[in-house]
Design a binder for this molecule. Structure first.
Ligand code: ADP
Length: 139
């Protein structure tokens, strides 16, 4: 535990449906601090690294097409026990199983269109932050 950082992606469904402001407000209201932010278009190469654990899944090509369908917003959030607390704020991968009051429960649609990515461990967060932001862009 202690102060942790998490890499967040506001996915294309979040951007298309106009939830970016609400989602960032929820993070701020929960006490997390923004350390980095930018809008970017994801590429095949970046997604192959980011979703390396999913490349053998039958739905991987669909995820790539979805994640490239419009620009996303990447954030680095910092706070006490951030990894677990942000995953709790998000709810489970399948938005239909997510409780109301969670980001996926309130703004998500299903397993793929589920609003946000958030790092799932301190180790992965460190790699993901480096993948999306040079050190000069993290404040
Ligand atoms: P999470 O994002 O909750 O950590 P995973 O790392 O398992 O979940 O999956 C990464 C992303 O791949 C999910 O957020 C979702 O967009 C997509 N995904 C995962 N499982 C499925 C599935 N069964 N069908 C479609 N898309 C999926």
């Amino acid at each position: 535990m202690g102060i942790e950082r998490s890499l967040i992606l506001l996915k294309p469904d979040c951007m298309e449906r106009g939830h970016a402001g609400n989602v960032i407000a929820r993070f701020e209201q929960a006490g997390f601090t923004l350390r980095a932010t930018k809008m970017l278009q994801l590429t095949d190469a970046l997604l192959a690294e980011h979703y390396a654990h999913l490349t053998s899944k039958p739905f991987y090509p669909e995820i790539v097409a979805f994640m490239k369908s419009r620009p996303v917003i990447a954030l680095v959030l910092e706070g006490e026990n951030a990894i677990a607390r942000i995953r709790d704020l998000l709810g489970p991968t399948d938005s239909k199983k997510a409780a109301k009051g969670t980001l996926r429960g309130d703004f998500g649609q299903e397993s793929m269109r589920n609003v946000c990515h958030a790092s799932d461990s301190v180790e992965n967060a460190a790699a993901e932050v480096k993948r999306f932001f040079p050190a000069t862009e993290v404040f």
